[in-house]
Design a protein around this ligand. Sequence first.
Ligand SMILES: Cc1cc2nc3c(=O)[nH]c(=O)nc-3n(C[C@H](O)[C@H](O)[C@H](O)COP(=O)(O)OP(=O)(O)OC[C@H]3O[C@@H](n4cnc5c(N)ncnc54)[C@H](O)[C@@H]3O)c2cc1C
Length: 400
Amino acid sequence: MALPGVSTSPLRSGYDTIIIGAGVQGVAIAYELAKRGHSDVLVLDRSWPGGGASGRNGELIRSAFGSREWCELFELSRRKWLGLSQELDMNVLFNRSGYAVLASTEQQWDQCRADHRFQHGLGIRTELLDEREARRALPAANPDLVRGAVLQEQAGFAHHDSVVAAYLENAARLGVQIVAGEQVVELLRDGDAVIGVRTARGQEVRASTVVNAAGGQALEINAMAGLRMPLVAARLEMLVTQPVRPFLKPGVAALELLGYCHQTGRGEFVGGTELARVDESTSLNGTWTVLQDMASKFVRLFPMLAGVRLLRHWAGTVSQTPDLAPVLGPVPEVPGLVLSVGWVYGFMGAPGAAELLARHIVSGDTDPRMAPFGIERTRSGAWIREGSLVVDMDLAEETA
Ligand SMILES: Cc1cc2nc3c(=O)[nH]c(=O)nc-3n(C[C@H](O)[C@H](O)[C@H](O)COP(=O)(O)OP(=O)(O)OC[C@H]3O[C@@H](n4cnc5c(N)ncnc54)[C@H](O)[C@@H]3O)c2cc1C
């Protein structure tokens, strides 16, 4: 049985826009296009909507970062998250329990203080919690790992499957055709321009705009366009435990552990950590190495998790740039191709980025909040410096 909103009709020979990938980015862009009256849109996914990283992530949402570029794009998104259930008339289960960036060392605390000042300068409301206040906000945390925190109260986490379903059903209602199990294997070209796609079943479909929103496979789509840019695939893992009594209210990004986590309304603890190397393999199986890393770090952070049973453990892939920021917008030398790639924080970023990309596709305008994320920086090397990510930045730059 097809998922609600997924089309079983045959593909037509042409559309205004084709979006490759029905992850949260693809379906959100489709919805934002259709909302602007641009509904002659086809979304193709080789598997099922949300089957990529969008259905495998940590679900965390914040806009409290340390750089102007990240703060401005993700603040637009966060504001949209606040009203998303209402706008889409479906409950995306956005839980506003807050998001804390946790400092464990003096250096991280200095960074939190600087980020907090910076966020306030931009009008983003966050609280700076000193050691005592942070321990009160995170009573189950190991005090040795709590030096202070930046808490964004109007942030938190949402249910990833609900979000993809809500965007998808709304896009379909507005006339977008979303097709599952249809892989793009080639981009049709007219000179340098991209003018459509060929699917694995051999069907050619034309469009004036083709959006690469293929997540961890975005590199493959770029290669079909002959596009070279520093982008690597990266594999991440998550775990979820059996339900335990409520012990953790906000989502947490623990800088010291390169880890992020939250506790669901049902009591499950959900978390993921980053290893000190990028794993470019594409397997979706969990590994013992990462499981041990996650388990040992989270038990260190929350000692009461010792002995709690795991429910599940899984992997997902993303594509990432050297500065871990997405690449959004057109490619000057490949007319017709638009990118929404390199997303490492692409769940929280989807509502805002999709709006700005849709506006760009419809009108050609580039919003100042989207402009810094254009492809130009991957050529000039003028990377965005964002210090509050729970990923080893130096490492990302070396590997890409
Ligand atoms: C373990 C983990 C934890 C994460 N935690 C967070 C978090 O807490 N907060 C956050 O904001 N982000 C998080 N992320 C990142 C976030 O999940 C991604 O950035 C986001 O989901 C990217 O969305 P997307 O739509 O671009 O890609 P995806 O969801 O991966 O979708 C891409 C789609 O493209 C399809 N596709 C690929 N190739 C083709 C092709 N040739 N033809 C047709 N279809 C194709 C795939 O089947 C897939 O469905 C996490 C990611 C992982 C893996």
